[in-house]
Design a protein around this ligand. Structure first.
Ligand code: MN
Length: 758
């Protein structure tokens, strides 16, 4: 034994750092360095701890790792003057508290060897300790170097959140995260000598990244320690403020806690329940979070004391809660049943806050011993070992742990720990672009959703997808960690069935928006199909139809700029293809008037009842111009909503043959009777003087206002010259209209009267 060395080591820790010295002196005891008590675990302590939960652990392997680490860090001191080896030893010791397997402990012992010592390649670790250990050491190093180097300086929640997830997602082996958390915890415990700015940065990383990950894993105890230690370095002034404020209340708090503990004990024991009661001041960071959350001053924080009651069984929890509420008044909104509804990380407990004596509020957590262990140790409380390996046993906690964890656990068989992978966030998955960009998606998302999350245009032209290099159907459910490549094709567009493939609101909204904006395109498509079918029916070829002189003339008369517009009108149900063709081609054959666009395009609203509900205003169809009293039918157009036709209208008959699902049952209402209807009349007369004035005079006599009138001579046919009078008038109802038509037909020279153009 090198006495002088050991003496100097114990005095001021200026150790020679040689292995022989460290190994002999390194006795794993609490020693005092500059008035601080520091724990130096010895490898025997670590082995003993491991054996307590994993009896078949390989202690030769652990010793080998210890020696390897001691050699790698030989002669190196930490900033506070301690031999570097104390760090990996402490990290390994923390890992024993998390009940890690041998691989995890070995990785903890070796975690800084590659980074610290340039002569030790990762391959040396792989050769001596196997692939798993090498991968974990590599992962821990990478998190530090790659990811944290990219850590945003700003504290934007979104960035922090995605960094947190990135760390979890990029980690193929959950043990990487455990080692990293243990590493950070020990760093925080020994950060006194670090320059304040550097300490602050590390502490912020802990608060924003590692404490939430620890929380997600259910490591309650470690999370609290990380938070309180980091709080001190991250926000030193606030930390001091809270500490001082609590110190001022200290003697009051201590008395209060003791008093309530006795009352609680009496309360539950007199009701035959045995339990363990502890009382404490809440941890500083949770008080601080509350100050920030509620934007209140430290003096206004009254709710800083908490009690915990541990009972044998779940039913006792509820019984105790009942007793508490019968003794003290419950503070509304503070009762939380995490037993029936465990937190995402599996946390179970009953929480309640009550108003105590002299208006002092306090919180009480009630849970079973088992729930308590789980709350403190999280997932580590469930790792069980047999023959040195993890075994998956039927465990309630595992059953209750969120689905994906459960899935991983049940598929992992013997070597659970090494198979526990990524994706610890139950509501989200993470997938990667081929460039390695991480995309967060809700669970259940498909490649189509992924495409929309990359970019709207990528979504709109998504023709297919490869998952990890393999083509998959677009409706395949994605899993975390997959690499997704979207195959784009400019000629592909959203369609209605995409709404069934996409599962995310975001993608669905984009698809719907596209469909709405491109409704016209769809109408054109639909209209073209109908029009061409009608053409074939009358033995005309759709080929070059837009060059057909009659069609050109027909479009002009209907004031439609081109054939596309006609298709759109047909697609929207505003123009009936058959009637249009009949008019165009019958002009030549029969000399009938082609109808003008203005005759049927405009419409006026009219009150009707729909499916028994009244007070709807709908447009009336200008092709048939129903008037109150006419039997009517409703039709849902794509563009203009519901349109009311006469039941006998040939257009609606055709439309309903094509789209029967768009029919609507409509009826006139009392209110329709007060409506005035704009009705066109087409009157063929013998072309002679005075005809027009006779017609208009008669209409005026019948108290109908004429709002437009147009007369035109028709081409000479057979017996004599004829003219057409087209007029629009306002009538009250069918009876009114029929009276006018009847009287008009009695005028000498009137050949025919029609409500329709054709
Ligand atoms: Mn380290």
């Amino acid at each position: 034994m090198n006495l002088s060395c050991c003496l100097s080591f114990s005095k001021n820790l200026k150790c020679c750092g040689l292995l022989h010295c460290l190994d002999k002196f390194y006795s794993g005891i609490y020693i005092i360095i500059e008035k601080e008590v520091v724990f130096f675990p010895r490898i025997e302590h670590i082995i003993e701890k491991v054996k307590s939960y994993n009896p078949s652990s390989n202690d030769i392997l652990l010793k080998k790792a210890y020696l390897f680490s001691a050699m790698a860090h030989e002669g190196i001191l930490r900033k506070d003057g301690q031999p570097y080896l104390s760090h990996p030893m402490n990290v390994a010791y923390i890992l024993t508290e998390l009940k890690m397997d041998d691989t995890g402990i070995v990785a903890g012992l070796l975690h800084d060897t590659v980074e610290d010592n340039p002569v030790i390649p990762l391959e040396a670790i792989r050769k001596s300790f196997g692939n798993d250990v090498a991968e974990i050491v590599d992962g821990v190093t990478k998190i530090e170097l790659d990811i944290l180097a990219k850590a945003p300086n700003s504290q934007k929640e979104v960035e922090i959140e995605s960094l947190r997830k990135l760390i979890v997602a990029m980690t193929n082996d959950i043990r990487v995260i455990f080692v990293k958390i243990a590493d950070r915890l020990h760093n925080l415990r020994t950060m006194e000598k670090m320059p304040p700015e550097k300490a602050r940065k590390k502490a912020l990383e802990c608060l924003q990244i590692f404490a939430p990950i620890a929380n997600r894993l259910g490591l309650g105890k470690i999370k609290n320690e990380l938070e309180d230690l980091a709080f001190k370095y991250a926000y030193p002034e606030d930390y001091e403020m809270i500490k001082i404020a609590l110190q001022e209340k200290r003697s009051y708090s201590e008395t209060f806690i003791e008093d309530i503990k006795i009352q609680l004990k009496d309360l539950i024991e007199s009701n035959g329940i045995r339990g363990e009661i502890t009382g404490r001041i809440k941890h500083l960071y949770s008080i601080y979070s509350k100050l920030l959350r509620q934007n209140i001053d430290i003096k206004e924080v009254y709710d800083y004391m908490a009690f915990r009651i541990l009972v044998p069984e779940e039913k006792d929890c509820y019984a105790v809660m009942g007793l508490i509420h019968s003794k003290w008044n419950l503070i509304p909104g503070r009762l939380k049943d995490f037993i029936s509804n465990p937190k995402e990380n599996g946390y179970k407990s009953l929480h309640t806050s009550v108003m105590g004596p002299s208006g002092q509020p306090f919180e009480i957590q009630i849970r079973t011993y088992k729930m308590h262990t789980e709350a403190e140790e999280g997932i580590a409380a469930h790792w069980k070992y047999k023959d040195g390996k993890y075994v998956n046993e039927d465990d309630e906690y595992i059953q209750k742990f969120r689905n994906e964890i459960k899935e991983i656990l049940s598929h992992s068989g013997k070597d659970l720990v090494s198979n526990l992978k990524k994706d610890l966030c139950p509501k989200e998955i993470y997938a990667f672009t081929p460039q390695g960009k991480i995309i967060h998606l809700p669970r259940g998302a498909t490649p189509l959703d992924f495409a929309y999350y990359i970019h709207t245009e990528v979504g709109h032209h998504c023709a297919g997808a490869k998952v990890d290099g393999k083509m998959v159907p677009l409706k395949t459910e994605l899993k975390s960690g997959q690499r997704i490549e979207i195959i784009k094709n400019g000629s592909v567009h959203p369609s209605h069935d995409w709404l069934d493939i996409a599962t995310t609101a975001r993608a669905k909204t984009k698809i719907k928006t596209w469909l709405a904006q491109n409704e016209k395109l769809l109408a054109v498509e639909r209209g073209k199909e109908v029009f061409e079918r009608e053409l074939r029916r009358i033995k005309k070829s759709p080929k070059n139809i837009s060059q057909d002189p009659s069609i050109i003339e027909g479009l002009k008369k209907a004031a439609l700029p081109d054939i596309e517009s006609l298709y759109a009108e047909i697609g929207y149900g505003k123009i009936e293809a058959r009637a249009f063709l009949k008019r165009i081609f019958s002009v030549e054959e029969n000399g009938n008037l082609p109808i003008k666009e203005s005759d049927y395009k405009k419409s006026q609203p009219v009150p009707v009842s729909l499916g028994g509900e009244s007070d709807y205003l709908f447009n009336i169809a200008k092709c048939c111009n129903p008037v109150v009293g006419d039997p009517i039918k409703g039709y849902f157009t794509k563009g203009k909503g519901l349109v009311v036709h006469r039941a006998t209208c040939s257009n609606i008959k055709r439309l309903l043959e094509l789209y029967p699902e768009r029919a609507a049952e409509v009826n006139w209402t009392e209110e329709s009777k007060t409506n005035i209807f704009e009705i066109p009349l087409f009157i063929i007369v013998k072309n002679r003087r005075g005809m027009l004035s006779n017609v208009t005079l008669l209409i005026s006599k019948n108290n109908a206002d004429i709002i437009s009138c147009d007369a035109k001579a028709l081409e000479k046919q057979g017996t004599g010259e004829k003219a057409v009078i087209k007029l629009k008038m306002l009538v009250k109802n069918k009876k009114h209209l029929h009276k006018i038509i009847e009287e008009l037909s009695e005028i000498d020279g009137v050949v025919s009267i029609s409500r329709n153009a054709a």
